[in-house]
Design a protein around this ligand. Sequence first.
Ligand SMILES: [Zn+2]
Length: 381
Amino acid sequence: MVETRCSLVMTKSLLLIPLFFLFSLCSNPTETQESFFNQTTDENPEETNATVPTKEFIISDYFDEMEFSVPQDYFAQEILVSEDVPQYVVDEYIEVQSLLNETVGSYNRYLMIIYTDNENSKNIFKRLEEVHWPFELNIVDGYLIASGCLTGSGYELNPPDVYALCLMDYNFVNNPHESIERGLSEAQRKAILYHGYIHEYFHRYQRAYHRELNMGTPEVGTPMWWIEGAAIVFPNIWLSQNYQNISAFEGLGFYDVNVEGMDLNSWYAWTKKEAMGVSDYDRCNNYEFGKNEEQYETAQCFIGMANAYLAYITSYQTVWVDIPSDIYELGFAKSFEKHVGMTMDEFYVKFNAFLREGNPDDLPPEGFWPTEPINSFVSFP
Ligand SMILES: [Zn+2]
């Protein structure tokens, strides 16, 4: 019974998450850049009436009330799975999420859903109705209509009742990023899945700073390269430091588990070769990082490494905490300037030059990658 299966988590609460990896290193097929405001219209034109406080004021209050931007002191996320999904999937998610909460903080209203088919997903449909999911509840060819991992619900309500949602299909859980076809081990398959869990939860963390703003849309202006790239470099570092604490990897060494960009120096080497035009894979050869990486539609290469470089010339505290902490008030571009001391365009020039310095086989400069645990150099709120 799913109710039993999830009761452990449900009693403590619920919550959410958005998305995934992009590009060669990162791509979670379940992640879509779903806009939760797309379905929305202002249904209450009276709101502008002088007797009613401004909409901005009201909405902001509700986000305070939901404690949307405040880490909780309990396991504040929710996982819900179709009835035929084995219990170990739930247990593993909770294990990884619990560790993650110790690093980033436990944000609420993050709902991880893993679904199979219509027959076994009545519990999920019921929950999605409760959290105001506005789309048809129907799984067609293994895919829940409009599902994805960078999505949310309840923003359009007045008052808002917001959830961040990751709606993941069970096929992805079993075979993330075609790991079976690629001949990866069970441990590596799990590492890819966990990397996805971490990436998606990091998006929930990023959303805390955006409150009612729809992160990922051009109007809000937070660039894709930061949304996705910060959420790529984080799991790469976190997993490389923490895999030994996860039961699925007990007794295994780094190279038994190594996936995605966990091998930070290999990731760096690969990126540098691409930037210098000598990679065996053509896709990013000689690519210039820049304005294209600000939008989902046009972003192509080096988004994770751009964040690693930004942290190298500033700090991970700057990239993961200080910049987002002023997004709501200043917008991303101004917050970036305030905390980095240059414009984004200036940063692009520096980053492109950095990737092309020296020889394609050069190791990263001393101090490029952190060697201490994340919590020793970043203070999350
Ligand atoms: Zn993502």
